[in-house]
Design a protein around this ligand. Sequence first.
Ligand SMILES: NC(=O)c1ccc[n+]([C@@H]2O[C@H](COP(=O)([O-])OP(=O)(O)OC[C@H]3O[C@@H](n4cnc5c(N)ncnc54)[C@H](OP(=O)(O)O)[C@@H]3O)[C@@H](O)[C@H]2O)c1
Length: 239
Amino acid sequence: MKTALITGGAARIGAQIAKTLHKNNFKIIIHCNQSKDKAQLLCDELNLSKADSAKVVVGDLNNIDSINSIIDSVSLIDLLVNNASVFYPLSVDESNSENWNNILNINLKAPFFLAKGLSHKLTSNKGSIINIIDIHADRPLKNHSIYNISKAGLKMLTLTLAKELAPSIRVNGVSPGSILWPQEGAEISEDQKILMLERIALKRQGSPQDIADTVLFLANSNYLTGQIINVDGGRTLNQ
Ligand SMILES: NC(=O)c1ccc[n+]([C@@H]2O[C@H](COP(=O)([O-])OP(=O)(O)OC[C@H]3O[C@@H](n4cnc5c(N)ncnc54)[C@H](OP(=O)(O)O)[C@@H]3O)[C@@H](O)[C@H]2O)c1
C-alpha cells in the first residue's frame, strides 16, 4: 500500500480526499491542527475498515518548528496533498503584517517546506505532490488580496517544483471553484450565494468528492506533472 499525507485532512474537502485515497488502497496520514477530535474519529473509521491504515499527525502550519516535526514524524510517503489553508475576508485597508504572515505561512510557506522536507522520502518512492490551489490564483476575489496572492504563489510553487523535482517526483495542482461555503467568520450572505451560483456554467456548487476524484486521478497519472486542473463547473468561463 502507498502512503498519503493530507494536510488539513480532518474535515471538509481534506477529509473527503483522505477517505477517497483510503478506499483506493492508500494508507493515510491525517494532518490536523485544531480539529483533533474529528481527525481521530476519521482515523478510527479508516482503521476499522482496514487495520493499521491510518494515523493522525498534529501541527500548526503557521510555525516552522511544527512543520519540521510533521516532516520528522513521517517515515514512508508516496503522496503529499497540501490541502490546509486559511481563508477570510480582508480589505487591503484592513490588512496588517500579522495577516500577511498568517495567510502566506499557512497557504504557501508550509507547502514549500513540507515539499522540501519530504522530497528525499518522496524520491525514494517515485512519489508525487498535489497542491490544492483555487481558481482565484488567476483571477482575484475582491477583499481577499493576501489569500489571492498566497494561491497565486502556490500555483507557481506547483510549476517550479514540477520542474525542479523531476524526474523523481511529479507535482500537480487542483484548483477548486465553489465547493463548500466558507465557515467561521468568512460566511457569505444568501444573496451573495445566489449571485455566485449564477456565474457557474453548471449552475451549482461542486462537491468535495469532485475534488477528491481529481486528486486520485492525478495521483494515478504517471505521465502528468506540472498540470493544474480547474474543478469549477465552468466558473472560469464567466469570470
Ligand atoms: N471550500 C471551497 O469551496 C474551496 C474553494 C476554492 C479553493 N479551496 C481550497 O481547497 C482546500 C480545502 O478547502 P476547505 O474549504 O475544505 O478548507 P478549510 O475548511 O477552510 O481548511 C482546511 C483545513 O486547513 C487547516 N488549517 C488552517 N489553519 C491551519 C494551521 N495554522 N495549521 C494547520 N492546519 C491549518 C484546518 O485544520 P484544523 O481544522 O485541524 O485546524 C482546516 O480544517 C483549501 O486549500 C482551499 O483554499 C476550497
